[in-house]
Design a protein around this ligand. Structure first.
Ligand code: ZN
Ligand code: ZN
Length: 194
């Protein structure tokens, strides 16, 4: 472990709970939860990705480029869960390079790997069309973890418009409903094995 990785651990006053993470949650969403809970600066969080990554350029949250072993010290989440938060290498060509989001999922502080699949038009949990453009300024956020994205959790990085139907805080986190979980996990299974 390097000194950089030490900076974001509970010993340094940063908090994160695995209970805040829902099934099939994307690494972007996990980072955003960390950002909301800790008010950590984007360039500090981006350093978790590794010394070879330029924090301002960032990296796509894909299994072939992100090393989850580096992240487990900050997030204290089982490595399997972190690995599942990434776009799998074999599914790369079927996923969008823009952030695709559901208005209601964003309101509860959630974005899924499932939402990134091009052929998924609506959120499996809420049946709302997935959106890429900001409703206020039209900006389409690249699906890349970098300082710009990390400094606007659940918001447009260009104009700061809130993506969700309500504001999310980890302090009042409520787990996914059973129906939402079944819809998301079922879709994930079909996309990966169907
Ligand atoms: Zn949704
Ligand atoms: Zn905007």
């Amino acid at each position: 472990m390097t000194m950089d990785e030490h900076e974001l651990t509970p010993a340094m006053g940063y908090v994160f709970s695995a209970r805040w993470v829902d099934p099939c949650e994307s690494l972007v969403s996990i980072f955003w939860k960390f950002a909301r809970a800790n008010s950590a600066a984007g360039h500090v969080m981006a350093r978790l990705l590794g010394p070879e990554i330029d924090p301002y350029e960032g990296v796509a949250p894909r299994a072939d480029v992100v090393d989850v072993r580096r992240l487990r010290h900050a997030f204290d989440v089982p490595p399997k869960m972190l690995y599942g938060s990434l776009i799998q290498t074999s599914k790369r060509g079927r996923c969008s390079d823009r952030l695709r989001r559901c208005h209601r999922c964003m309101g509860r502080g959630y974005h899924s790997v499932i939402h990134q699949f091009d052929r998924v038009d609506v959120c499996p949990a809420h049946h709302l069309p997935l959106e890429t453009k900001c409703r206020r300024c039209g900006y389409e956020a690249p699906f890349v973890i970098n300082v710009r994205l990390l400094e606007a959790p659940y918001r447009c990085a260009n104009c700061r418009w809130a993506y969700g139907n309500k504001a999310y805080s980890p302090a009042s986190h409520r787990p996914m409903t059973r129906a939402e979980r079944i819809a998301i996990c079922g879709k994930s299974y079909r996309l990966h094995f169907g």
